[in-house]
Design a protein around this ligand. Structure first.
Ligand code: BYC
Ligand code: FE
Ligand code: FE
Length: 472
């Protein structure tokens, strides 16, 4: 079961051949996807040979195969983790009942909405990253970008399979619309804000893969608990692919930090910018920006949608098994509210606080990442430390969206915020400066001046391996 059938037009491990209607529907969607990829996927490089990994089975450890592939020939397909026998819904109002193998009628609409929202982020991120190939700091980084891009494309396939397979005609219509919305488009934007923000440079890319892909990790983790079994199984496999995206982000920022410290040391005034590097204060501003936009992706702190998702058994908590009480009916969570310009805690029924519960897990994970960056700073002899701003800082969604806070979370006036915005968030001049550093480096093993070399290569290959062979 875990083995993947690569002989059919759409690689899969769901025995697609046995359902000819579904197979035909997906085969009809496939050319539209490929056309979208040509139009909105990585600009240029489509004829180049890229050292990519492809899934060959969903077994633990043994699923990756590495080889040179031209991106349009990547075998996008449908890979679900194996079914667990007699799996039960394990939280919410239906706990103890058999997991659903078909869409429960009463939850059809909310389930479709969650799947569409998840699906929408995948092509959105590819669109946001479309032009980064032109300015890659090394072939190693270029290859990682393309790996992330093809896998986000596959995540779209994972969700489109659910829409086509379980939601009939409206599912097919949603699948078509997923190829019509565009990141950042005024008329047809992507659904969630972070996926309409520009990603014009590699510092942004590394922040995005650290913080925004990490939202993906936690949302997929919550959906991997779902009582709708096909969703749980597909999210479990997506999570194994996701780990590499997070690695790209975390090590990317770490390499920018290392190089920044090194360049500052070479400069008589300790100024990394004077040596063509990215100063640590600028990195901190990009961290503030992408952390806060990614916090928004968890939705409002108090949400009846979130309560419904949990009650219905469709979306659980991160590692739901570690909790003792799976009903979440008799508990509350203290959530900071703003009242008359002051921050006061209020007890919120736990089900309504599920977005905040998941965000809390996410924040802990981000703190661990920042700790690792700070260890690098310490090892390299720098006194600077990266910090995460308060979860109230610079929010666009939820309880704090209509007030202003400083990075410590203290309420401030809108004027005070505007006066200091440039200290806390990337200014136009910061963006321009970072952009000015983005020049492509295509020689194997060579790195752009503003970033340190990776400690090791991909799949045990040396760092100066020719990860991308340009063919024009
Ligand atoms: N931007 O009760 P509320 C990934 C909307 S990332 C714009 O606060 P709810 C990836 C919300 O839709 C993972 N709108 O929120 C990463 C609702 O609209 P309607 C993506 C927003 O519903 C990198 C209204 O505000 N997966 O995989 O409890 C690269 C009030 O809703 C935003 C998922 O998101 C926002 N940030 O929760 C590639 C999982 N936030 O319905 C891929 C599926 C909220 O009133 N989605 N709104 O029109 C969900 O579970 C939920 O929809 C959310 C929101 C957690 C996003
Ligand atoms: Fe994804
Ligand atoms: Fe990802």
């Amino acid at each position: 079961m875990a083995g993947i059938d690569y002989t059919s037009r759409i690689p899969n491990n769901v025995n697609l051949a046995s359902d000819s209607r579904l197979q035909r529907a997906l085969e009809k969607w496939q050319p539209a996807f490929l056309e979208w990829w040509q139009q909105m996927g990585p600009e240029g490089w489509q004829a180049s040979d890229v050292y990519l990994r492809t899934a060959i089975s969903t077994d633990k450890g043994g699923w990756a195969h590495f080889d040179y592939v031209k991106m349009p020939d990547y075998r996008w397909g449908i890979f679900l983790n194996d079914a667990e026998q007699d799996r039960k819904i394990h939280f919410g109002d239906h706990a103890g009942q058999p997991a659903w193998q078909e869409v429960p009628g009463e939850y059809r609409n909310i389930l479709r909405r969650v799947i569409v929202t998840q699906a929408d982020t995948e092509p959105a991120s590819v669109e946001q990253q479309r032009y980064l190939g032109a300015t890659a700091p090394s072939l190693y980084d270029l290859r990682n970008l393309f790996q992330v891009n093809v896998e986000e494309g596959r995540h779209l396939w994972a969700m489109v399979y659910l829409l086509h397979g379980y939601f009939g005609r409206d599912g097919r219509e949603e699948a078509d619309e997923l190829l019509q919305r565009r990141a950042g488009d005024e008329d047809k934007p992507r659904i969630l804000d972070a996926f309409n923000q520009a990603c014009p440079d590699w510092l942004t890319f590394f922040c995005f893969t650290t913080f925004t892909d990490r939202d993906g990790k936690y949302q997929l983790g919550a959906l991997a608990e779902s009582g709708f079994d096909p969703l749980a199984r597909t999210c479990r496999f997506m999570l194994t692919e996701e780990a590499h995206h997070l690695f790209v982000g975390q090590t990317g920022i770490e390499r920018v930090i290392r190089r920044s410290v090194e360049l500052a040391r070479q400069d008589p005034n300790g100024d990394a910018r004077a040596q063509g590097g990215i100063d640590l204060a600028t990195i901190q501003k990009y961290v503030n920006y992408w952390f806060s936009y990614s916090l928004d992706l968890f939705g409002s702190e108090v949400s009846s949608n979130a309560a419904d998702f949990f009650a219905s058994g469709l979306k659980g908590r991160w590692k739901e098994d570690k909790y003792e009480d799976h009903s979440a009916l008799d508990a509350t969570l203290a959530i900071a509210h703003v009242e008359d310009g002051r921050v006061v805690d209020k007890a919120i029924p736990l089900r309504n606080a599920m977005n905040e519960v998941l965000r809390g897990e996410y924040v802990k994970d981000c703190e661990g990442v920042v700790e690792k960056w700070n260890r690098t700073l310490e090892e390299d002899g720098s006194d600077f430390r990266i910090t995460l701003p308060s979860t109230r800082f610079h929010r666009r969604q939820g309880l704090y969206a209509d007030s202003c806070f400083d990075p410590s979370g203290a309420p401030i006036s809108a004027e005070a915020f505007e006066a200091r915005r440039g200290e806390w968030l990337p200014s136009a001049a910061d963006r321009e400066y970072v952009h000015s550093l983005m020049a492509p480096v295509h020689e194997p093993g060579k790195m752009a001046n503003w970033i340190a070399a990776p400690r090791r290569g991909i799949n045990n290959m040396p760092t100066d391996y020719e990860y991308v062979k340009r063919v024009d």
